[in-house]
Design a binder for this molecule. Structure first.
Ligand code: ARG
Length: 275
């Protein structure tokens, strides 16, 4: 009953630790979708989000997220189930490429954006949330925070952008053990093109959304909340938060991300620059 309920309420969450057989030789499935193993320390802001869920009260991997400050994680609002989230039921894994829930750090405060709509999920917009960690992290080669973009940044076409996570490598195909963090370069899709692509199925691409991806290159279920970063004049800036899509890696439906520049003032209301 509880599981069935969860399925209804969290259709986008990655669910429990993925279990899968090894891909057969010659058709190796590596992903996010179309990705490959990320080298340790390349994305030191990447975190995984774990929630105490279900009747067994087990820690389950649900989403990605990013460190934007020594004590703050940015993730997607739809990664946070329930009307009144309990911070003690959340944990964050930092500084590792292999998904695991040992040595995770505790969450002290959970804040979903007030305009996020629990029933509409990501498609309704404002799909952003902040988690305050119980203590600030010490930066290292493996743990660091990502830079937020300047308010007026519009990513120029052709900028190199990447999305990372432990989500599925194709629709309904979980990332196989050892659950190594995946990375894939994705092209930014101009707003107007993305709107036209989603119009036939009556999905509205709102101003606070940004599209990225191409045939066979995309984020997927379980990558939600994770960062879309672009290298802008030598600095990695987080421009998006994995939010929603239609299946994964389809040529005519790019991945949809919460646009970080739309939420900078909300973020800065809670998170004060650390440098
Ligand atoms: N909602 C999904 C999640 O919770 C993310 C889906 C992203 N889909 C995509 N095609 N880019 O993990």
């Amino acid at each position: 009953m509880m599981l069935w309920l969860l399925f209804l309420t969290l259709p986008c969450l990655g669910g429990s630790m993925p279990v899968s057989s090894d891909p057969s030789p010659g058709m190796e499935l590596v992903g996010i979708v179309g990705g490959h193993n990320a080298p340790p320390g390349r994305w030191p802001w990447q975190v995984s989000l774990w929630i105490l869920l279900g009747r067994d009260n087990e820690w389950q991997f649900v989403c990605g997220g990013s460190l934007i400050h020594p004590q703050w994680v940015l993730t997607a609002a739809h990664c946070i189930p329930g009307k009144y989230p309990v911070p003690q039921h959340f944990m964050v894994q930092v500084g590792q490429v292999r998904l695991s829930n040992s040595n995770n750090v505790q969450v002290a405060i959970v804040i979903r954006h007030p305009k996020y709509n629990l029933t509409q999920k990501g498609v309704g917009g404002a799909d952003v949330a902040l988690l305050k960690l119980q203590a600030p992290l010490i930066p290292s080669n493996l743990v660091n925070w990502v830079t937020l973009p300047p308010p007026l940044l519009t990513v120029p076409l052709g900028t190199r952008c990447w999305v990372t996570g432990w989500g599925r490598i194709a629709v309904k195909v979980p990332l196989p053990p050892p659950h190594h963090l995946q990375e894939v370069e994705v092209p930014i899709v101009p707003d107007e093109i993305c709107r036209q692509q989603y119009r036939p199925i009556n999905r509205i691409i709102k101003d606070d959304m940004l599209c990225a991806g191409s045939n066979g290159r995309d984020s997927c279920q379980g990558d939600s909340g994770g960062p879309l970063v672009c290298n802008w004049r030598g600095t990695w800036l987080q421009v998006g938060v994995v939010s929603w899509g239609i299946d994964c890696g389809l040529p005519n439906y790019p991945g949809v991300y919460a646009r970080v520049t739309s939420y900078l003032s909300w973020i800065h209301h809670y998170v004060h620059s650390s440098t």
